[in-house]
Design a protein around this ligand. Structure first.
Ligand code: HEM
Length: 425
């Protein structure tokens, strides 16, 4: 295997190894092309330079991503293992992905199993049938706001709002606090100067929620985490709830947006015809293969010197998981025109192994995303793009694939005002 690629080059910092800069303008438009070229030039593990020319390895072979994510002891998650910290300024743009926090994300071994197991159990108690009803009600409420207008931006008005509303409900947050939380979470994801303040407000909100649930438990995720036999301290619950909320929000929102885009632009899904409904599952799955929200993920740190895809990896090297690139590895990529291809779910979009998106989060995300798409198509049966497909703009990010806006138009619908107490569906 190793001989078909360039010979091992050692440390990715060596300029002579042709390290590919993974930053700057122009990378996000057609990432699939970038991955193809990197695979051709470098094979399954490529030397790359992150912002500020910080060297790392980019793992883009499906087999190699599987190998890394399956071996937590060798490719570990605690970012304090990194040997490059002396070169990383406090305001490094990728700090949110690498800055160590005592959360489930950076925990390793038995401590990770304790934290992750509690999250899985708390999420497993969510009844998926009830969740579907919650999603329909909240999606209907959002659609009510624009259905009478005849036009909408399905990102800002819909996809980016729904997952957080759902999570707020699963967390038992008082409904009157949700609008401000939505504003603060969006602000905390911005790169502007207000981001830190916004993040602190979200964290303080979560700490208040956990204290309240301690005093008065309810049928919600925070109360179940607090009561879990893992014996989590209040601070651990707060920080892990923040992880769950952030992990659910952006990827699920972009899964919804990317699926709506596919259905609105690809004739095979023919949204404006009545056959659309049957294709929602296919579209959701196809997006995970070819336009997955979490394109690349930072990351893993080598616990000791080793080999991967013909490269010599040094202890403390950073490995970026090229999840989208692994999905398009010619060795595994399904042919979507072939029968049965739409049921193939062996993509890497939820990653793999101990640190993968924890069961049953992918299933919950699918309930949310499917409900979002189906409610929208039910409410706006003749919805169509308001701009040519080529005018849609992807966020300039190699990490999260999502549209800046998804402008649509449709026949304005009469929105009945429900009688007090009447069910909306
Ligand atoms: C209800 C929605 C979701 C919840 C509650 C959720 C929760 C989480 C949590 C708690 C983690 C951290 C796991 C750990 O470090 O042990 C995680 C990781 C992750 N999630 Fe999710 N997630 C959701 C939706 C999604 C979606 C829609 C995607 C992409 C399509 C996604 C992709 C990932 C990936 C790639 C990781 C990183 C795994 C790694 O380090 O290998 N998640 N998620």
């Amino acid at each position: 295997m190793t001989e078909q690629y360039p010979p091992p080059v050692g440390c990715p910092a060596h300029a002579s190894n042709g390290a590919v800069p993974l930053y700057g303008e122009g990378l996000s438009g057609d990432p699939a092309r970038l991955y193809r070229e990197m695979r051709r030039t470098h094979g399954p593990v490529a030397p790359v330079l992150l912002d500020g020319d910080i060297p790392a390895w980019f793992v883009l072979g499906y087999r190699e991503v599987h190998q890394v994510t399956s071996n937590n002891e060798l490719f570990a998650r605690d970012s304090r293992r990194w040997h490059a910290w002396k070169d990383i300024p406090d305001d490094w743009p990728l700090m949110p992905f690498v800055g160590y926090q005592p959360s489930v994300m950076f925990a390793e071994g038995a401590e990770h199993r304790r934290r992750s197991g509690a999250i899985s159990d708390a999420l497993l108690a969510v009844d998926q049938f009830e969740l579907r009803q919650i999603c329909e009600r909240l999606a209907d409420g959002l659609a009510d706001e624009f259905a009478g207008r005849g036009d909408a931006d399905l990102m800002a008005d819909y996809a980016l709002r729904l997952p957080l509303l759902v999570v707020a409900e699963l967390f038992g947050l008082p409904p009157d606090e949700v609008p401000q939380l939505v504003v603060d979470i969006a602000g905390s994801l911005d790169e502007g100067p207000g981001a830190i303040d916004a993040h602190q407000r979200v964290a303080a909100r979560m700490a208040r929620l956990v204290r309240a649930k301690h005093a008065q438990p309810g049928p919600d995720v925070p109360s179940r985490l607090l009561a879990h036999p893992a014996g989590l301290a209040e601070e651990e619950v707060v920080i892990d709830l923040l992880v769950v909320m952030a992990a659910a929000q952006q990827p699920t929102a972009n899964w919804i947006g990317n699926t709506l885009r596919l259905m609105l632009t690809d004739d095979r899904f023919a949204v404006s015809l009545s056959g659309g409904r049957r294709s929602v599952g296919q579209a959701l799955n196809e997006v995970l293969w070819q336009d997955t929200p979490t394109q690349n993920y930072i990351g893993r740190w080598a616990a000791r010197d080793t080999q991967l895809g013909g490269r010599r990896i040094k202890a403390g090297d950073l490995l970026v998981m090229g999840l989208a690139a692994a999905n398009t590895d010619p060795q595994v990529r399904p042919d979507f025109t072939a029968a049965g291809a739409d049921s193939n779910q062996a993509h890497m979009s939820f990653s793999h192994g101990e640190h993968a998106c924890p069961y049953p989060a992918p299933e919950l995300a699918e309930v949310i995303a499917r409900a979002a798409v189906e409610v929208l198509l039910d409410r706006l049966p003749d919805v169509m793009l308001a701009v040519p497909e080529e005018a849609l703009v992807w966020h300039p990010s190699l990490w999260m694939r999502g549209l800046t806006a998804l402008p649509v138009e449709f026949t304005p619908a009469y929105t009945p005002v429900p009688a007090p107490g009447a069910p909306t569906r």
